[in-house]
Design a binder for this molecule. Structure first.
Ligand code: SF4
Length: 340
């Protein structure tokens, strides 16, 4: 792949020198977002690595899904009835958005969790509420199966989404449908292409689009084809994401083709000092990979997010990480995606 290709792909090439990788990452960012993010990080550094509110907030609008993907913990959640399914209420959502907007530390708000976000009938309104409240970067990730003509127009004209990621895991029907059970490759490709056309038709620059291929045994041979398939569609601010598939702390079979952390010494995971994830019914966990909410520390229908973020229960988990006792936490124990 050429350098031009790498500049629009999320995963920077390991063969680049560290300075080249930093440069590639900078090119991949929206300058306004990068500037604001840098200010918040400077503030965090100034305060000794601690802010009194999260920087990234994940709101699980729903945990229902229309697909049964092989690399996702969702099918097991349904079969074993691990969590009740539902949709986030408007009251809970608006309360959380108000709190996040007032805090001034939130760099990103992700309207997503263990489910297909666009199955929530009010997702577009939710994004608009978050944007109007002043959240700088609102994004979601979708399987693209339900984004029809009408939804596409509303996304572009009404939602205010800054970024939407489309999961298109494969460069042909056989691979895609083998991985994303119940999905139809041609239909999804049509939906994603329509999104690009719709944005161009209305002359909008937002949302930025990310077309994603999860790198795993089944898709590893299709990276080049995927890149040439989607490259012509991308405009300024769009990206392709070629990302190693998650293991969700060992909840799913390991389908990775490489271990990005191989040979690295484990360190406390910055996720616990940066992110918060709220389930559709208000449970708060410390990490978006904890999709069964096993590390749930509190309930956002009973306490504010700020109180929860500073609570003894959450600090206990942080202490376990500081002490290197990762095995004490059921998800972190087998996690291979820890952040430093
Ligand atoms: S170690 Fe893994 S599971 Fe634990 S907080 Fe970090 S990313 Fe999440």
């Amino acid at each position: 792949m050429s350098l031009a290709d790498w500049l629009i792909i999320d995963r920077v090439p390991e063969e680049l020198a560290p300075a080249g990788r930093t440069l590639a990452k900078v090119f991949q960012q929206d300058p306004a977002h990068l500037a604001r993010r840098s200010m918040i990080r400077l503030r965090k550094w100034w305060r000794g690595g601690w802010l009194d509110f999260p920087q990234v907030v994940h709101l699980e609008t729903t945990n229902t899904c229309n697909l049964r993907c092989v690399m996702c913990p969702y099918p097991a959640m349904v079969e074993r009835r691990i969590r009740p399914q539902g949709f986030m209420s408007e009251d809970l959502f608006r309360g959380l958005v108000r709190e996040c907007a007032a805090a001034g530390t939130v760099e990103k708000m992700a309207l997503m969790g263990l489910g297909e976000p666009f199955l929530h009938p009010r997702l577009i309104e939710m994004s608009r509420v978050a944007k109007r409240a002043g959240i700088r970067h609102v994004f979601t990730s979708t399987n693209g199966t339900t984004v029809n003509e009408e939804t596409a127009a509303r996304i572009v004209l009404e939602s205010g989404f800054d970024e939407i990621c489309f999961s298109v895991d494969g460069a042909n029907s056989a691979t895609y449908e083998g991985v994303r059970s119940r999905g139809a490759y041609e239909a999804v490709v049509r939906n994603v292409e329509r999104m690009f056309r719709m944005r161009a038709r209305w002359g909008r620059s937002r949302p930025h689009f990310v077309v994603q291929l999860l790198l795993m045994r089944e898709t590893a041979g299709e990276v080049e084809r995927f890149v040439s398939r989607w490259r012509p569609w991308l405009r300024l601010g769009d990206r392709m994401s070629i990302r190693d598939v998650d293991r969700f702390g060992g909840l799913v079979e390991d389908r990775r083709v490489r271990d990005p952390h191989a040979g690295r010494v484990r360190a406390p995971c910055k996720q616990l000092w940066r992110d918060a994830a709220v389930s559709w019914d208000g449970k708060v966990t410390v990490c978006c990979k904890d999709v069964y909410w096993r590390l749930s520390v509190a309930d956002a229908t009973k306490q504010s997010l700020r109180e929860i973020w500073r609570s003894a229960a959450w600090n206990r988990l942080r202490d376990l990480h500081r002490e290197g006792r990762y095995e004490a936490l059921p998800i972190c124990r087998n996690c291979s995606e820890w952040h430093t």
